[in-house]
Design a binder for this molecule. Structure first.
Ligand SMILES: Nc1ncnc2c1ncn2[C@@H]1O[C@H](COP(=O)(O)OP(=O)(O)OP(=O)(O)O)[C@@H](O)[C@H]1O
Ligand SMILES: [Mg+2]
Length: 357
């Protein structure tokens, strides 16, 4: 590469020297002819000066002419190259993210400025396209999650108008309306939590606290639910001080414990362990519930993903709990993983650095 550049410089220098020699030789003969034609024999120094001045004038005029020609060519080239780029940016600004720059002039341009610009415009359009698809999917998920409880509420509210209902039927319909309303408010609560966690300005507020006591409090708070299903709850925690956002992590343990209870049949078993692993702390929750297939294990942390939507509907989930857990754990630079076997149970392991920056 350097050798190539050196070669180009040598050729350029030779051409420049050759050009100057030709110009000054020509002006020397021209002034000589001029003075002879006038019948004047000037001092050699005067003739030399006249030849040099004439040479400089010729060089300046030629440079000017070349600049003019080049400017015209440059403007035409810029218009040809930049036109499609400006047009594409205009379309992107109007919301058309399907545009891609594939103009014959622009094709194959990779490293030079125009090529970099072309690649950037294509990447921008592609990323906006993906974001738009995600936005549409999000809206359709939210609408779906809102629509189903609303349909139930409307249906059972209408059914309540019937006069020949028994007291039991009436109580049952009212129960469903209440459950579906709770589901709606839980959904908005989760959506608001995610929106707040997603916002750029959100930063966790880490403070040192006793994690083992927090985990025990969550298990106690959920006692009515696991007692109702006669689930055996086994908790083994090491005394652990963690520097993290206490309120946020509380949500993680609540979501995981709720899932374990929800997806474990009556008389099942849930084990919770908390221990140190090197400079991290690990929280493990194992249930002997329905388990999760390998394909679903890769997707359950996605927003609105439910392993079996029709079954989960009966359980009242919206598929946001684990997405919230993942977001909070990520904010703490930790990891959350699942191991599971269908029909045997699942283990969720959360690992967090003891000191969060
Ligand atoms: N312990 C578990 N055992 C079996 N399946 C589970 C377990 N935890 C989660 N899942 C599966 O992962 C899916 C996503 O869980 P997630 O907590 O995000 O949503 P959800 O519990 O359905 O609804 P939400 O938490 O929003 O009320 C669940 O629908 C379920 O299919
Ligand atoms: Mg859940």
């Amino acid at each position: 590469m350097t050798l190539k550049r050196l070669g180009a410089a040598a050729v350029g220098l030779t051409l420049a020297v050759g050009f100057l020699t030709i110009v000054f030789t020509a002006t020397h003969y021209a002034t000589d002819w001029f003075f002879t034609a006038l019948g004047i024999t000037p001092q050699p120094i005067v003739q030399q000066l006249a030849a040099s001045i004439l040479g400089l004038i010729v060089i300046v005029l030629m440079a000017g002419a070349m600049m003019l020609v080049n400017r015209g060519r440059l403007e035409t080239m810029q218009l040809r190259l930049l036109g499609p780029i400006v047009e594409a940016l205009g379309k992107i600004a109007q919301g058309d993210y399907t545009v891609r720059l594939n103009h014959p002039e622009l094709r194959g341009r990779g490293v030079e400025p125009v090529g970099i610009l072309v690649n950037s415009v294509n990447t921008l359009a592609q990323e906006l396209d993906q974001m738009e698809a995600m936005r549409q999917e999000f809206i359709s998920n939210v609408s779906h999650e809102i629509q189903s409880p609303l349909t139930s509420i409307r249906g059972f509210a209408r059914a309540l108008h019937a006069e020949n209902l028994t007291a039991t039927e009436r109580a049952h319909y009212l129960n469903i309306i209440e459950t579906e309303s709770v589901r709606l408010s839980k959904l908005t609560e989760n959506l608001l939590a995610l929106a707040s966690l997603d916002s750029e300005s959100y930063t966790p507020d880490p403070k040192p606290y006793r994690l083992d006591l927090q985990v025990r409090d969550v298990v106690l708070a959920c006692e009515p639910q696991w007692q109702e299903k006669q689930i055996e709850m086994d908790v083994a925690t090491e005394p652990t001080t963690l520097t993290a956002d206490k309120d946020l992590l509380n949500q993680v343990w609540i979501n995981l414990v709720h899932n374990a209870i929800k997806f474990t049949p009556p008389q099942g078993k849930i084990q919770i362990e908390l221990h140190h692993v090197a400079s991290d702390v690990e929280f493990c929750i194992t249930d002997n519930g329905i388990g999760i297939s390998e394909a679903d294990q890769t997707r359950i942390f996605e927003r609105f993903y439910k392993a079996d939507p029709s079954r989960e509907r009966a359980r009242g989930g919206s598929g946001l709990g684990l997405a919230i857990c993942k977001k909070i754990v990520d904010l703490h630079h930790g990891t959350i993983q699942v191991t599971s076997k269908v029909g045997h149970g699942s283990t969720f392991a959360v690992r967090l650095p003891v000191e969060t920056k």
